[in-house]
Design a protein around this ligand. Structure first.
Ligand SMILES: [Zn+2]
Length: 485
């Protein structure tokens, strides 16, 4: 089982390294052979499982990418190859001797062994990736993994030093996705009284507002865009949110501007010095990592996973340098990935103890750039340049005068062969003069996104519907209406 967090989070760097080497060795030697995908890969690449002894050796293993895992129309069962599936033959060949001895010497009955194996390996729970480019990919958890999910969730709240006496309101939507289930399991494990609202689609914004006020909630977990929506509505009703101390965001990137807007609303409703934390997570990583302060990195769990950073050519960069994050599972069962390319880029991993909380575990530096899940925006006919649509999020969620927004990419004059056109619809805050805001935003978008945009004014209620604030799992901020070619 995992290393106790109070020990792990204080372990010196060299001991953490040794622990990771040892966990990697055990994982690759005794567990990875149960994965049909990696068995095939190692065979093809002529790598022996016992060849991988250290984190350095890991570089001999080819990367795994989303394309290797996602089901296709022809092969729907592809993700299953990533689930650890031991059988008698594989166990005899790969299980540690100590484990085999217990079975052979009759210390465990057949029933015991069967149940133990089930606990460790049988998938009992799953989450799906939410990518728009591929079919949804299931990621399986065994009973043991669910315990780890709870444990890692408890670690998360430990990093931000949450008191279990607070009351929590979980605003993540009920769905087979990581955010809700991690928050739910963590709160239960932590022993906090909590309300699982199921999000706006299930309980409705008004009832969630009532609950936060009546329960005097001290901890909120939310998707950032929806949280802002809830708080704005609550502030309009002059609600008392004075007990809110922590807001934990998940599910999407959090811009500084959005943090500022959320804090401002909370303070307006009586909260004193509320702390707003972002988490970094991916379905393939099976858990989430959190900041201990608003400007800190994301605190990792080195016994459960190993993150390396690579450059554009796929070479590992020097310690602390920036590049793409690559994830390797060390402690999980169920679906596991090795050297999984996240597509997310970071400004490096910090190995010095965290100056804010003193934890010694490595931290991914803040400002992780998530891979865009949106089709590339073809601007070749306009400027010969590709545009990163991700830049709209920090820009627009940070403008105080903008309540809600949505960007549509469409063909000019509905001509399928015409130029691409960007239309930004915004609902300004009441009392804000649209013309001046429009001018300013046009310049800001051009500066930040590098493209001209047509800005139109929208009504808040209508825009909220379009964005799907109450009906969608994730708010639809960027809509691509161009025909698929
Ligand atoms: Zn810290």
């Amino acid at each position: 089982m995992p290393t106790p967090w109070n020990k792990l989070s204080r372990m010196p760097a060299d001991e953490l390294r040794a622990l990771q080497n040892s966990n990697l060795r055990k994982f690759v030697r005794h567990l990875l052979p149960y994965s049909p995908y990696y068995r095939e890969m190692f065979h093809k690449e002529k790598i022996e499982f016992s060849d991988i002894q250290t984190l350095e050796d890991l570089q001999r293993i080819p990367f795994t990418s989303k394309n290797d895992i996602a089901p296709t129309e022809e092969d729907r069962a592809r993700p299953r190859k990533f689930i650890l599936q031991p059988d008698e033959e594989l166990i005899k060949r790969h299980a540690p001797k100590s484990q085999l001895a217990k079975i052979l010497w009759g210390k465990l009955t057949h029933q015991d062994v069967k149940r133990q194996l089930e606990r460790e390996f049988k998938p009992v729970h799953m989450h799906f990736t939410t990518g728009r480019t591929a079919l949804p990919t299931p990621f399986a958890y065994s009973e043991r993994d669910v315990e780890l999910l709870k444990e890692s969730g408890e670690r998360m709240f430990n990093v931000i030093k949450v008191s279990r006496d607070l009351l929590a309101v979980n605003g993540f939507p009920y769905s087979p996705h990581l955010a809700f289930w991690l928050a739910y399991n963590a709160l239960v494990k932590l022993g906090m009284t909590s309300l699982q609202t199921g999000g706006g689609k299930v309980m409705g914004t008004q009832k969630i507002i009532d609950a936060i006020e009546r329960l005097k909630a001290g901890l909120l977990t939310f998707i950032p865009g929806y949280c802002y929506h809830v708080l704005r509505a609550a502030a309009e009703q002059n609600r008392d949110f004075s007990q809110v101390k922590h807001v934990v965001f998940g599910g999407e990137r959090v811009s500084q501007g959005l943090r500022d807007k959320v804090r401002e609303l909370l303070v307006k409703m009586g909260a004193t010095d509320p702390k707003i934390y972002a988490t970094y997570a991916m379905t393939e990583g099976k858990t989430a990592w959190i900041q201990c302060a608003e400007d800190s990195g994301y605190h990792l769990y080195p016994d459960l996973e190993y993150f390396e950073v690579i450059d554009k050519d796929g070479n590992r960069v020097k310690e602390g340098e920036s590049g793409e994050l690559v994830f390797t599972s060390l402690g999980w069962r169920g679906s596991v990935v090795v050297r999984y390319r996240t597509g997310d880029t970071c400004k490096g991993i910090e190995f010095e103890p965290c100056p804010r909380c003193g934890n010694t575990v490595p931290q991914i530096r803040p400002d992780i750039q998530r891979k865009s899940e949106i089709k590339e925006f073809h601007l070749t006919k306009v400027k010969g340049e590709l545009v990163n649509m991700n830049n709209f999020y920090p820009l627009l969620s940070g403008v105080k005068e903008v309540d809600e927004w949505q960007v549509t990419i469409r063909k000019k004059d509905n001509d399928p062969h015409g130029l691409d056109e960007l239309v930004l619809e915004i609902a300004p805050k009441p009392g804000v003069e649209f013309a001046a805001l429009k001018d300013r935003l046009e310049r800001a978008v051009y500066g930040d996104v590098g493209v001209g945009v047509k800005i139109v004014q929208g009504e808040l209620e209508a825009l909220l519907k379009k964005v799907g604030m109450e009906t969608e799992l994730k708010d639809k901020r960027i809509v691509d209406e161009r025909p698929i070619d």
